[in-house]
Design a protein around this ligand. Structure first.
Ligand code: NAP
Length: 497
């Protein structure tokens, strides 16, 4: 029998109309609907467990929440926004932007809110879905747009439940609570804490920042765009495009080249900028010492802030570096025996980063569950697909470029790749497409070796590290990601009828 060349488009038959289910109506879910329609797939349903779109920007409402990726880069390529108010615009403005883009493209007509997907099962031909309310549905393809930093991580500290005041995680902020005149404690010194501290410090009676590990802080001005600048962006889309491309180039060829090569010149510049920021901004030598990390800048995800050091030096702010011993009804007890009396305890303690589309119970080929497939750790070929789970594609899945990048840009690159796999299904070259175990293992070996060269592997503890201490983020530069995702290598996929 003559072999069929999967790349031969002369065998095109009538295009099959695929049904696609997207899970999650955040940034990547909105992108999926718009792009799927663009490529002619309109039989799409998005299941969203909340009652509003926006994902991370809907959930993170803590004071000072912002994106530390420049707004003109943290925008869809097809929806540049001349109205961004600042270089790094605040979270609520990003939420408004996502809502505006969704409204312009009438995305919500395909979104079902209030339905949490609990089960996904491959029946040999299609995905069968069930939600918490018992709703069932099926589709040829599932796109998991479930986000990365989604499940709050609660610290295992004795007595956490005993606190008599208000306890809240930064991602579960109570917007109805006024902090005016209250004694507030914050546990954690990641990006969320660093944005919260300077925003609330002048309002609260006292602010205690409980630091387990000091952070390097990269300075960054956050100027507002003037009305003239915004008018220029409005009148000249080319100007907006070139600004986007300029910042994208800076990130992909500047920042990403630096972090993936611990010995690079770029890394040295970043380290020097962070050190100068600490030395120039913090006057008291004792405080400066306690704020000085003992690991290399960029090893943990780089924290970027124009005003954290200013905030922590306010007279009513205290940096607490004694270890936390436990939490009591009245506040936080540190190892020196001191009780830090508090009315509000903020847990800026980050997220469980090994979840991805879980806790959805996903069952693939031959009854393989995603929990089994990921029993050691989550992994995915090019961050998009996992062997044994045909026609299931992830946006911002495991081992992709995370950290100080525009996840919108990342998701767009990923979608462009997934769209090419969907073409195989539509034009009849395959009924299902699934990455092979061999391709995934080979990629994983190569990735693990390369991860050792990155600054994330230079000796610190961070959420980038997996259970072995290997950085889980994409270890090459962003251009390499673009190159590898330019077109699928079909030898790495099983194409079934
Ligand atoms: P994070 O970076 O994971 O920081 C968690 C903090 O909590 C760390 O300082 C950690 O200390 C501390 N912590 C955790 N458990 C603790 C315990 N038991 N006792 C004492 N301290 C404890 O979390 P995040 O600040 O929410 O940021 C998570 C990620 O979200 C960021 O890295 C970033 O990717 C994203 N984010 C982005 C922006 C943005 O502007 N784009 C803003 C906010 C968040 P150790 O360092 O000692 O572990």
């Amino acid at each position: 029998m003559e072999a069929v060349d999967p790349l031969d488009i002369s065998i095109l038959r009538d295009l099959r109309d695929l049904r696609v289910i997207v899970i999650g109506a955040g940034m990547a879910g909105i992108l999926s609907v718009i792009r799927l329609r663009e490529i002619g797939l309109s039989d799409v349903t998005v299941y969203e467990k909340a009652d509003r779109l926006g994902g991370t920007w809907r959930e993170n409402r803590y004071p000072g929440v912002a994106c530390d990726v420049p707004s003109h880069l943290y925008s869809y390529s097809f929806a540049p926004n001349p109205e961004w108010t600042h270089r790094f615009s605040p979270g609520p403005e990003i939420q408004q932007y996502l809502e505006a883009v969704a409204a312009e493209h009438d995305v919500e007509r395909d979104v079902v809110y209030g339905e949490e997907v609990t089960d996904l099962r491959w029946d040999g031909a299609r995905w069968q879905l069930r939600t918490a309310s018992g709703l069932t549905d099926e589709a040829d393809v599932v796109i998991a747009a479930t986000g990365v930093l989604h499940h709050p991580s609660y610290p295992a500290i004795d007595g956490l439940g005993d606190f008599a005041g208000v306890t809240m995680h930064t991602a579960r902020w109570d917007e109805g609570l006024s902090l005016a005149g209250l004694r507030v404690g914050i546990i954690g010194t990641g990006s969320s804490a660093v944005q919260t501290v300077p925003t609330i410090v002048d309002e609260v009676a006292s602010l205690s920042l409980f630091q387990r590990t000091a952070q390097w802080v990269m300075p960054a001005d956050n100027p507002a765009y003037t009305e003239d600048e915004k008018a220029a962006f409005r009148n000249d889309p080319g100007l907006l495009r070139s600004l986007h491309d300029e910042i994208s180039e800076l990130f992909s060829n500047g920042f990403s080249n630096a972090v993936v090569d611990a010995d690079s010149e770029g890394m040295k510049l970043i380290e020097a900028a962070c050190l100068a920021n600490l030395v120039d901004s913090v006057a008291d030598p004792d405080l400066r010492d306690r704020l000085r990390p003992d690991y290399r800048a960029g090893c943990k995800r780089l924290v970027i802030s124009p005003n954290f050091y200013e905030g922590i030096q306010r007279p009513n702010a205290e940096l607490v570096t004694e270890a936390i011993e436990g939490i009591e009804p009245g506040g936080v007890r540190t190892a020196d025996g001191r009780l830090h009396g508090l009315d509000v305890l903020v847990l800026a303690t980050g997220f469980r980063v090994d979840r991805f589309l879980r806790p959805i119970d996903v069952t693939g080929v031959d009854g393989l569950s995603l929990d089994e497939a990921w029993s050691q750790r989550p992994s995915a070929y090019l961050s998009i697909s996992t062997p044994g789970f045909p026609n299931l594609f992830m946006l911002n899945g495991p081992n992709g470029p995370v950290g100080n990048f525009s996840l919108i840009e990342v998701a767009e690159v990923q979608f462009g790749y997934i769209a090419q796999l969907l073409d195989l299904l539509r034009d009849g070259r395959a009924g299902s497409v699934c990455v092979t175990s061999a391709a995934t293992a080979e990629f994983e070996d190569e990735r693990t070796i390369q991860a050792g060269n990155t600054v994330w592997a230079t000796g610190c503890n961070s959420w980038y590290l997996d259970d072995r201490g290997v950085p889980m983020a994409w270890p090459w530069n962003f251009q390499e990601y673009r190159n590898r995702l330019a077109a699928p290598d079909l030898e790495h996929y099983l194409l079934a009828d």
